[in-house]
Write a protein that binds this ligand. Structure first.
Ligand SMILES: Cc1cc2nc3c(=O)[nH]c(=O)nc-3n(C[C@H](O)[C@H](O)[C@H](O)COP(=O)(O)OP(=O)(O)OC[C@H]3O[C@@H](n4cnc5c(N)ncnc54)[C@H](O)[C@@H]3O)c2cc1C
Length: 305
């Protein structure tokens, strides 16, 4: 039996491990892929306080080494089930390893951005194609950007980018936006935004970096090209919570129901990072959740021992 099992070695999970170890608590972190989570392949991070510019790989490696140097155990295994309760403890099962028992569990499994599934999407990711306007918008100051999507996130992204970029296209497959009416009217009031309704992105153009898009009409299949320096894909995120759906409550989009205190609906289970219900999904908020969840889990263990 360990004290705290943390599922996910992204920013939230590794920050939780740092706080738990500094509180003197036994900690095992499980990671399904490589440590670092979503940020690992990002070439540049410019919005983490006190760090002016760092690659995602270096950021993640620093975090991993900090957690390990404080005594966190990291096991590379995908957790496929968690059972139990606050009174008797929880049992985690990995895909490869034997089971692990823990007094408290922090679920920090993050989310994955939905991709367009078109040719060269991976090649241009980080070279013009981005899934996060808040993260990467500043790299396109004074340039042309396009946003693909029609919900609140896409419209908010386009409004955010309009303050930075000289021109912003917003491409949506329907003839009306799905976003809230207030947001849509703000969007349409902005001079440098051009909505391209009833189109999808069919192709990406460019040599080393993105330079343009091929759009296909959803009405008649006709095609047209636009020049752009960036494409922000905002067609949704998929939280990695499926494994836990019988243990904790999820909202209709699959995010774990948990507030700023990181308490899940199951006593002894805490949620940290992008996989919980919240508005801003960033490194700073993931790290904050990691700290809050770890300290809450430590309190839970102490009050139950
Ligand atoms: C391309 C890109 C660029 C970004 N740039 C920035 C930026 O510049 N600044 C910024 O603040 N934010 C940025 N973000 C957002 C930021 O990366 C996320 O907010 C942050 O990574 C969330 O951390 P997390 O720990 O909650 O989740 P994640 O980073 O998603 O980590 C979750 C981890 O859990 C693991 N996992 C999932 N399921 C299981 C399981 N069943 N068992 C074991 N392990 C599991 C995953 O493999 C993953 O490693 C960017 C995101 C992307 C995609």
């Amino acid at each position: 039996m360990t004290d705290i099992a943390i599922i996910g070695a992204g920013t939230a999970g590794l920050t939780a491990a740092i706080y738990a170890r500094r509180a003197g608590v036994e900690t095992v972190v499980y990671e399904a892929e490589s440590y670092g989570g979503q940020i690992i392949n990002t070439p540049e991070i410019e919005n983490y306080p006190s760090v002016r510019n760092i690659s995602g790989y270096e950021f993640a490696t620093n975090l991993y080494e900090q957690a390990v140097s404080l005594g966190a155990k990291v096991e590379f295994d995908s957790i496929v089930s968690v059972e139990g309760d606050a009174a008797s403890g929880f049992t985690l099962r990995g895909e490869y390893e034997a089971e692990q028992k823990a007094r408290a569990v922090i679920i920090a499994t993050g989310a994955k951005n939905r991709h367009m599934g078109i040719p060269f999407e991976d090649k241009f990711t980080g070279r013009g194609v981005s899934y996060c306007a808040t993260c990467d918008g500043a790299f396109y100051k004074g340039k042309t950007a396009a946003v693909f999507g029609g919900g609140n996130t896409a419209v908010e992204d386009a409004i955010y980018l309009s303050a930075l970029c000289s021109k912003v296209y917003i491409i949506h497959r329907r003839d009306e936006f799905r976003a809230d009416a207030g947001l849509v009217s703000r969007l349409l009031s902005l001079q440098n935004i051009e909505p391209l309704m009833s189109y999808v992105v069919k192709g990406l153009e460019g040599q080393d970096r993105l330079s343009g898009l091929i759009l296909e009409s959803t009405k008649d299949g006709s095609e047209k090209s636009i020049d752009t320096d960036a494409l922000f894909v905002a067609i949704g995120q998929v939280p990695s919570n499926d494994v836990f759906k019988d243990l904790i409550a999820l909202d209709e989009s699959g995010y774990a129901l948990a507030g700023e205190d990181c308490f899940s609906t199951c006593e002894g289970i805490f949620i940290a990072g992008d996989n919980r219900t919240k508005k801003v999904r960033q490194l700073t908020t993931a790290a904050a959740d990691g700290a809050v969840a770890a300290l809450a889990a430590c309190d839970f263990i102490r009050s139950n021992s």
